[in-house]
Write a protein that binds this ligand. Structure first.
Ligand SMILES: [Zn+2]
Length: 287
């Protein structure tokens, strides 16, 4: 443990752990939506009392089958299982069938590694850093799942909400009072915006997952930061959306997930909320 007292050793350890957890998250982002879809299909079949079709459905969860190429099913070797390095060593292609590996895998591992280092830098070698990194990991998984599938699974948003309330019992990131009001008002405010928007335009601009994610944000950072958080998420979403339309990468009416922007603003508020709020108020008052 003497070695860990050295800041450099601590950072190396945290970067390594971040990369390993990032590798787990990239697997989660791929597998969780498939697991959920299978379970919904089974529920539908049970409801309509239809027999299970005879197509083979092997065990598929977060642990099994072992990591493999989704194209040719070849199992990954030890080198390819190393986060970040595996992708670079393979130059982004399967060793066996040369099918391209989505850059998402590398991106998730990289972002998670950076989040681990920033948690240590911002909160020090303290429980707050582990909690902030736990929230970061959850937000990274939600961002990529929503981006890929337009889905914010309850199995991630709801535990994030409960955890936010629990960690704030001692007032770690916000007072418990601000956290409870934040959770309730976060959900309610987006619910109201959603229904007002639907009444006015007949379109659905968000999903219920967004309300739960915003409620989780309120539970972690307290209600005071929610208006600024929503402003940042909307601005970022509008800038990216308009850029994609301008570049003709996306149609005007194509669905665009809001979760990634909410998650990004949530992360900023958790890590740098108070300096951000101070800057915002300073600018707003023109002083
Ligand atoms: Zn392959």
């Amino acid at each position: 443990m003497r070695l860990l007292a050295h800041p450099l050793a601590l950072y190396i350890l945290v970067l390594g752990l971040g990369a390993i957890i990032g590798s787990f998250l990239s697997m989660l982002v791929y597998r969780l939506p498939i697991m959920l879809r299978r379970s919904w299909e089974e529920d539908c079949q049970a409801l309509t009392a239809r027999r299970e079709t005879d197509r083979p459905r092997g065990v598929f969860n977060l642990a099994l089958p072992p990591s493999h190429c989704p194209q040719c099913q070849t199992r990954l070797g030890w080198l390819e299982n190393i986060p970040l390095i595996g992708f670079v060593a393979l130059r982004g292609r399967c060793r066996h069938c040369r099918a391209p590996i989505p850059p998402r895998y590398f991106l998730i591992e990289l972002v998670t590694t950076v989040a681990a280092a920033l948690s240590l830098a911002r909160f020090g070698a303290a429980p707050a850093a582990i909690l902030a990194f736990t929230a970061s990991a959850c937000l990274i998984a939600l961002t990529f799942i929503d981006w890929k599938e337009q889905l914010l699974p309850d199995v991630l948003t709801l535990p994030l909400l409960w955890l936010g309330l629990l960690v704030n019992i001692g007032g770690r990131f916000a007072s418990l009072e601000a956290a409870v009001i934040g959770a309730a008002s976060g959900y309610l405010s987006l619910w109201l915006i959603y229904h007002a928007f639907r009444l006015l335009t007949g379109k659905e601009g968000m999903g219920y997952g967004d309300f739960k994610l915003f409620a989780a944000a309120g539970a972690w950072v307290g209600w005071q930061l929610l208006p600024l958080l929503l402003l940042l998420a909307s601005l970022a979403g509008a800038v990216v959306g308009l850029t994609l339309i301008a570049l003709k990468r996306q149609g005007r009416s194509a669905p665009m997930p809001f979760g990634p922007y909410l998650a990004g603003a949530f992360w900023l508020a958790l890590f740098y909320g108070h300096p951000l709020l101070a800057t915002y108020l300073h600018l707003a008052h023109g002083r």
